[in-house]
Write a protein that binds this ligand. Structure first.
Ligand code: CTP
Length: 405
């Protein structure tokens, strides 16, 4: 599955504010992600930065003037507007917001904004007093209520052009690019699907500073979550690991199997699909010491008494029998021996639609690496062996299977 920005036609509208320097980064990131970017600059924007910067970044002509139409070309505000998938305006000044809210089209950018059926992403940037002015707030309100095609990002709080600190600063370039990616992903093939994914090994507390866990890194779960997001699904990721938080996901942090069970039951009820990529501890210490366990000079060892944890997938299966829960459930079987027989028995026992079996003792598959080699076993008896591939590629195939189901 390509990145949602690849081959998309994006108009980057740039208006006059000091935050224009961030527009160069936005432009570069979009181009690197494979988008075709047409830059449209207002006259004020060109007081801060020249079109040459954007021409060099995009290798395309930069549009600055409504009436500068090279012979043989079409009128830019019509063709650009028609063909665009997304119009980003970053930075957007108070003046441009006012024009947009009132349908003024006195420059190429505002004319395009009026003419385009594309999604819009607007990143306001101005001094706090200008942002909080009733006129700007009214314009912002008009634009937000108009149509769900218009999306705002920011403004943020921070250092402003005047040197003061306050609300009005444009959000960072990365956030604009992430949001653009997110908006375009919503047109993907999993749009409308609600999914819950678990990731990482559970941590079963021994005392306030120690726990029992396993080597699961959470990478497979995160790959499933980000690929589903990029194909348009609404994703809840229930995670035990502190990997950098991907944008555009609802992330629920848990530690123990018991916490994961509660989170799964409460979130998967409204979901279509549950994928349990987490390595759930089968046992937990019977009691959690209230204070840190101290070693006493004469003690040679420590015996921990462990008790069984609930089986989360089995609990979900029981819920499904009562008529609740996700329509599709998928598990992973992490094995070091008898891979197929063990996976087959888990598929049946946990009443899954399919299970991804992997040998976690291999060095290029399973825990902590970026690649995986899995075999998919389906409830109808079909077996599909996948070659070694990246966890992201495995995730995409798993979503293809979920979609078929
Ligand atoms: N799983 C679960 N609840 C548990 C243990 C596992 O929901 N208490 C899920 C895992 O997330 C995975 C699947 O069940 O999707 C299989 O997990 P695995 O650890 O391979 O199997 P176990 O059920 O623990 O069985 P065994 O002890 O025989 O390996």
């Amino acid at each position: 599955m390509p990145n949602p920005l690849a081959n998309k036609r994006i108009i980057l509208g740039i208006t006059g504010g000091i935050a224009v320097y961030k527009a160069a980064t936005i432009c570069s990131r979009l181009v690197q992600a494979g988008a075709q970017v047409d830059v449209v600059m207002t006259a004020s924007a060109q007081q801060f930065i020249t079109p040459t910067t954007f021409q060099a970044l995009t290798h395309r002509r930069v549009y600055t003037d409504m009436f500068d139409i090279p012979s043989g070309e079409n009128i830019p505000h019509i063709t650009l507007a028609d063909e665009a998938d997304l119009l980003i305006i970053a930075p957007a000044t108070a003046n441009t917001l006012a024009k947009l809210a009132h349908g003024l089209a006195d420059n190429l950018l505002t004319a395009i904004a009026l003419a385009t059926p594309a999604l819009m992403l607007i990143a306001p940037a101005m001094e706090t007093d200008m942002w909080q002015h009733p006129a700007t707030q009214a314009n912002f309100g008009i634009l937000k209520r108009w149509t769900n095609k218009i999306n705002f990002i920011g403004p943020a709080t921070g250092r402003l052009a005047s040197g003061a600190q306050g609300l009005g600063r444009m959000v960072e370039a990365e956030e604009v690019v992430n949001q653009a990616q997110h908006l375009l992903a919503q047109q993907g093939d999993l749009a409308g699907l609600r999914v819950v994914i678990t990731a990482g090994g559970t941590r079963e507390a021994i005392d306030p500073v120690r726990f029992v866990s396993n080597h699961s890194s959470g990478k497979m779960g995160y790959a499933l979550a980000t690929t589903a997001r990029d194909r348009g699904a609404r994703v809840t990721l229930i995670s035990t690991v502190a990997l950098p938080e991907p944008f555009g996901l609802d992330i629920v942090r848990v530690n123990s199997a018991a916490e994961m069970l509660n989170a799964v039951l409460s979130h998967s009820n409204q979901a279509d699909t549950l994928i349990m990529a987490a390595a759930v501890a089968d046992f937990r210490p019977k009691t959690v010491a209230e204070q840190k366990i101290k070693k006493v000079a004469e003690t040679e060892g420590l015996t921990l008494e462990m008790v069984r944890n609930p089986d989360i997938l089995a609990e979900v299966a029981a819920q499904k029998e009562r008529g609740f829960g996700p329509r599709i459930t998928v598990g992973f079987a992490a094995e070091t021996e008898n891979l197929m027989a063990n996976a087959q028995s888990k598929l049946a026992r946990k009443k899954l639609n399919f299970i991804a079996a992997n040998n976690v003792s291999a060095t290029d598959a399973g825990f902590a690496v970026d690649t995986n080699r899995v075999t998919l076993l389906f409830a109808n008896g079909t077996i599909e062996e996948l070659p070694l591939m990246s966890k992201v590629a495995v995730a995409d195939i798993i979503w293809d299977k979920v979609k078929q189901l």
